[in-house]
Design a protein around this ligand. Structure first.
Ligand code: BGC
Length: 779
C-alpha cells in the first residue's frame, strides 16, 4: 500500500470504507467524491469487450457497445500460441482504453472436467499447464495497456448445473495439480489486478468466504497482490467473506451488506484493520485505473488480428487430400452455418461485434467455384426433408463437398450443461445424405466443445474451426484455400463416447454435492492411464506440410533445479507452416498414482520448407513435482523420468531419460486401474473416493433448516415454502416464458437458484426474503 493510499484510508469514515466494498451499480466500483476517488468500470470479457451503455445484466441479455469479437478461449487455446494470446490481450486492452473500462472480466481458466460443461467454450483446456500459459499471456497483454483483468472463476467451477449452490468435492491433490494449477501459473506469471471467485462451494465452503483459498493459497502461497471480487451475485455471508480475503462484492450497490460490515466493526465481530486492508486493495486498483488516458483503437487492425488468431487456431483433424481446395474444381457448400456462422457462445461473454465475416463471401472472393444449399434450419434439431433433398442434389457430381455442421446456441451456453455429445439430428442426417451421394466430403465443424463424429471414417477431411469470433468466415476460408496452413492443436481430448469420459458417472451431480471421483485423472491423463482409445487425442492436429523431430538434448542443473530440452525440428514438406512442439514428462516407476505423462512445456515454431530449427523448452523443479499431500508441498520423487518431445499426447517422437535425486513418495492415496475401471469405464465408488480424503467427505453442510441458501426447487417441494414463496417464484419465472436462448438459460438456472439470488435479480428485497425465511422456520 502506498503512502497516498494509506492516507486515503485514514481519511475515510467507517461507512465510506464499507461502501467501497460493494459496487456502485452493475458495472462500476464505488467512488468517493469528497476524497477525489473516482468510480471506475469493470466489465466482461473475456474474448472482447461487453460494455453495456444501457440496461445492464450479467448474462448477455441486453445490448452492449460494439467491440471486436475475438475467438473465444476454446478456439484461441487451440492456437497453442502464447504470442497470439498476448496480442489479443493487448488489443482488448486498447478497446478498454477507448471505452474507459478499468478492468476486463477474464480470462476464465477453469479446467474442462467434462466436455458436457455448457461453458467450455469460455475455458481454455483440460490441461492445467496449457490453460495457465494461455491465461498468463492474455493477462500480460491486457495489463501492458494499463488495464486490469479478473482471473475467473476461482475455483473448481467446472459445470453450469446448480452453479450457484453446487459443492465441488475434490481431493487436495486434484485441486492442486489440476484445478488450482492454471490459476497459480497465471497469478505467478502475470499478476492479474483482480481475481473473481466462483459461485460454488469447494469442499463445503463457498469460494467467496473460503479463507484457505483466498488468503492461504492465493495470497500467502502464490503472492497475489490484487483484489478479489465476487462473481455476479456470488456473495453469501458478507462479513465472513471479508475476513476470508474477499474485498469487492459485485454487482452493487448493496446497502444491506454494507451495513452488515459497519455493524460488525461496531459490535467487535470484525476487526477494522481487515476493512482497512480491503479498502487499501480496492483503492490500489481504482488509482491504477486513473492513470490511463482515453485513446481510440484501430478496429480494422483488430479485425485482422481476430482473423489471424481464428485461422491459426483451426484444427485439421483429418485430411485424405481434399484440402486445400483447388481453384479448378467445382464444389458444393452445404449447411446453414456457412451462411450464418456460430462464432461465439451465449451468456455473459457475448460480444456485439463490429462485423461478421461470412465464409461464402470469402470463398467467392478467393475464386472458389461452388453452389450453396442450407441443408438444415439454423435453430431446429429436427430434419427438414426438403432441405436435405436439395442438399443431396447440390452435392451430387461435384468435385468435392464442404458440409458446415456443429452446435447451435441452444446446445451450449452459460447457465446449463449439455446432456449428450451428439450433433443435432439435422446436421448428422445432412452429413449422411451428402456422403451417400459423394465420396469427397469435408466437414467443417463450428462448436464450442468436443462432439462425437460417428461418421468420421466416411468423410475425407475434417476441419474443426470451433467458434471463430467475428472473422470466423474469412479465417475459415483462409485455411480451406491454403492461404493459411492449419496449425491448431486440440487443447482437449475428443472421446469416442460420453461413457468413456472419466467423470461420466459424476457429472454434474444429483444434488448439490459433485464428487470429483476421477481425482487427477482428467482428460488425457485418464485416457492414457486407462489405456483407452480416443477419437482425437489432446495436442493433436494436422498440417498441409510435415515435420521431422531430429534430435533432443536435455540439460539439467541440479543445484539450480533448472534446465532445458533442446529439440531440433525440420519442415520436411513443400509448404511453410507451424509446428507445435510439445514436451511431456512421465515417471514409469513411481510410488504414487500418476498420469502416464503430462504436458510440461510447448512451443509453436514457424518453418519454411526444408528449414530446421532448435526449439528450447525450459524445465524447472515443478516440471517434475507432484503435490505431496503428506508433506503439504510440491515434491520431486527420486528416480528416472521419461521426457518426450511429441507432436501430440499420443504421437511421441523422441524420448530421453533423466535421473533425479529427490524424496521417496509413498502412502499418498490413489487408485488402481484394475480396481476402478469396470467394463472399460471409470467407476470409482464412494469408498474408494473417500480414501483420497484425510477425514470425512466434505459435503454440503445441511441441518435441514430453510435458509437463504435453500434452492427454489427445495422451497417449492415444501407446502409451507410454496405457500409463502410460490407467488414470488412464479412471478419471476413468468418473465422468462419464451422459447428463446435467454428464457432457456434463466429457467434452467431458476430451479437450482438459492433464495438469496432472487434478491439479486431484483425479484424481492433481501430484508423481506430474510423475514420470509424466518417465517417458514417458525413452528
Ligand atoms: C459470469 C461471469 C461474468 C459475470 C458478469 C456471471 O454470470 O459467471 O463470468 O463475468 O456474470 O457478467
Amino acid at each position: 500500500m502506498t503512502d497516498k493510499i494509506k492516507d486515503l484510508v485514514t481519511a475515510m469514515t467507517l461507512e465510506e470504507k464499507a461502501l467501497l466494498c460493494s459496487g456502485k451499480n452493475f458495472w462500476q466500483m464505488e467512488g468517493i467524491e469528497r476524497l477525489g476517488i473516482p468510480s471506475v468500470m469493470v466489465t466482461d470479457g473475456p474474448h472482447g469487450l461487453r460494455k453495456q451503455a444501457g440496461e445492464a445484466d450479467h448474462l448477455g441479455l441486453n445490448q452492449s457497445v460494439k467491440a471486436t469479437c475475438f475467438p473465444p478461449a476454446v478456439t484461441s487455446a487451440s492456437s497453442w500460441d502464447k504470442a497470439a494470446l498476448y496480442d489479443m490481450g493487448q488489443a482488448i486492452g486498447e478497446e478498454c482504453v477507448q471505452e474507459e473500462v478499468a478492468v476486463v472480466l477474464g480470462p476464465g481458466t477453469n479446467i474442462k472436467r467434462s466436455p458436457l460443461c455448457g461453458r467450455n467454450f469460455e475455458y481454455f483446456s483440460e490441461d492445467p499447464y496449457l490453460a495457465g500459459e494461455m491465461a498468463a499471456a492474455w493477462i500480460s497483454g491486457v495489463q501492458s495497456k494499463g488495464i486490469g483483468t479478473s482471473l475467473k472463476h476461482f475455483a473448481a467451477n467446472n459445470q453450469e448445473k446448480a452453479r450457484l449452490v453446487s459443492n465441488s468435492v475434490v481431493d487436495e491433490r486434484a485441486l492442486r495439480e489440476i484445478y488450482l494449477a492454471p490459476f497459480e501459473k497465471a497469478v505467478k506469471q502475470a499478476q492479474p489486478w483482480t481475481v473473481m471467485c466462483s459461485y460454488n462451494r469447494i469442499n463445503g465452503v463457498y469460494s467467496c468466504e473460503n479463507e484457505w483459498l483466498l488468503t492461504e493459497v492465493l495470497r500467502n502461497e502464490w503472492g497475489f497482490q490484487g483484489l478479489v471480487m465476487t462473481d455476479w451475485g456470488a456473495m453469501n455471508d458478507r462479513v465472513k467473506a471479508l475476513k476470508a480475503g474477499l474485498e469487492l462484492e459485485m454487482p452493487g450497490p448493496d446497502p444491506y451488506n454494507d451495513k452488515k460490515i459497519v455493524d460488525a466493526v461496531r459490535n467487535g465481530e470484525l476487526d477494522e484493520a481487515i476493512l482497512d486492508r480491503a479498502a487499501g486493495r480496492l483503492l490500489t486498483v481504482i488509482m491504477r485505473a486513473g492513470e490511463v488516458h482515453k485513446k481510440e483503437y484501430d478496429a480494422a487492425a483488430h479485425h485482422n488480428l481476430a482473423r489471424r488468431i481464428a485461422a491459426e487456431s483451426a484444427v485439421l483433424l483429418k485430411n485424405d487430400g481434399m484440402l486445400p481446395l483447388k481453384k479448378e474444381n467445382s464444389y458444393a457448400v452445404i449447411g446453414a452455418f456457412a451462411e450464418t456462422p456460430r462464432y461465439q457462445g451465449a451468456g455473459s461473454s457475448r460480444i456485439h461485434p463490429h462485423q461478421i465475416d461470412c465464409v461464402l463471401d470469402s470463398l467467392r472472393e478467393s475464386g472458389i467455384a461452388f453452389e450453396y444449399a442450407p441443408g438444415y434450419e439454423l435453430e431446429q434439431d429436427t430434419i427438414n426433408p426438403v432441405l436435405l433433398e436439395e442438399a443431396a442434389a447440390c452435392a451430387k457430381g461435384r468435385d468435392g463437398v464442404l458440409v458446415f455442421a456443429g452446435l447451435p446456441d441452444s446446445y451450449e451456453s452459460e447457465g446449463f450443461d449439455r446432456t449428450h455429445l451428439n450433433l443435432p439430428k439435422s446436421h448428422t442426417a445432412l452429413i449422411e445424405a451428402v456422403t451417400a451421394v459423394n465420396p469427397h466430403v469435408t466437414v467443417v465443424l463450428l462448436c464450442g466443445s468436443a462432439i462425437l463424429m460417428p461418421w468420421r471414417d466416411r468423410v475425407e477431411s475434417i476441419l474443426l474451426t470451433y467458434l471463430g469470433g467475428e472473422a470466423a468466415g474469412s479465417a475459415c476460408a483462409d485455411v480451406l484455400t491454403g492461404t493459411v496452413n492449419p496449425s491448431g492443436r486440440l487443447a482437449e481430448t475428443f472421446p469416442l463416447s460420453l461413457e468413456d469420459t472419466p467423470c461420466c458417472e459424476n457429472f454434474a451431480g444429483e444434488g448439490k454435492d459433485v464428487e470429483y471421483r476421477e481425482s487427477i485423472l482428467v482428460g488425457y491423463r485418464y485416457y492414457d492411464w486407462a489405456e483407452k482409445p480416443v477419437a482425437f487425442p489432446f495436442g493433436y492436429g494436422l498440417s498441409y506440410t510435415s515435420f521431422s523431430y531430429d534430435s533432443m538434448e536435455i540439460v539439467w542443473d541440479e543445484k539450480e533445479e533448472k534446465g532445458e530440452a533442446r529439440i531440433t525440428v525440420t519442415n520436411t514438406g513443400e509448404t511453410s507452416g507451424s509446428e507445435v512442439v510439445q514436451l511431456y514428462i512421465g515417471k514409469a516407476q513411481s510410488g504414487v498414482m500418476r498420469a502416464v505423462r503430462e504436458l510440461k512445456g510447448f512451443q509453436k515454431v514457424f518453418l519454411e520448407p526444408g528449414e530446421l530449427r532448435e526449439v528450447v523448452i525450459g524445465l524447472d523443479r515443478r516440471s517434475f513435482s507432484c503435490y505431496d499431500t503428506n508433506r503439504s508441498c510440491w515434491t520431486v520423487e527420486a528416480g528416472t523420468y521419461q521426457i518426450y518431445a511429441a507432436s501430440s499426447s499420443r504421437d511421441l517422437k523422441l524420448k530421453k531419460d533423466l535421473m533425479l535425486p529427490g524424496k521417496e513418495l509413498s502412502h499418498i492415496p490413489g487408485y488402481d486401474a484394475a480396481e476402478t475401471v469396470k467394463d472399460g469405464h471409470f467407476a470409482a465408488d464412494r469408498k474408494q473416493f473417500k480414501r483420497l480424503f484425510p477425514d470425512e467427505l466434505p459435503l454440503t453442510p445441511d441441518d435441514g433448516r430453510i435458509t437463504l441458501n435453500t434452492t427454489v426447487k427445495e422451497i417449492m417441494a415444501s407446502e409451507k415454502g410454496k405457500a409463502l414463496l410460490g407467488g414470488l417464484v412464479e412471478g419471476y419465472s413468468g418473465r422468462y416464458s419464451g422459447d428463446d436462448d435467454v428464457s432457456r438459460m434463466m429457467l434452467a438456472m431458476l430451479q437450482d437458484m438459492p433464495l438469496r439470488s432472487l434478491a439479486m435479480f431484483g425479484a424481492v428485497e433481501m430484508e423481506t426474503l430474510e423475514e420470509m425465511v424466518r417465517e417458514i422456520g417458525r413452528p
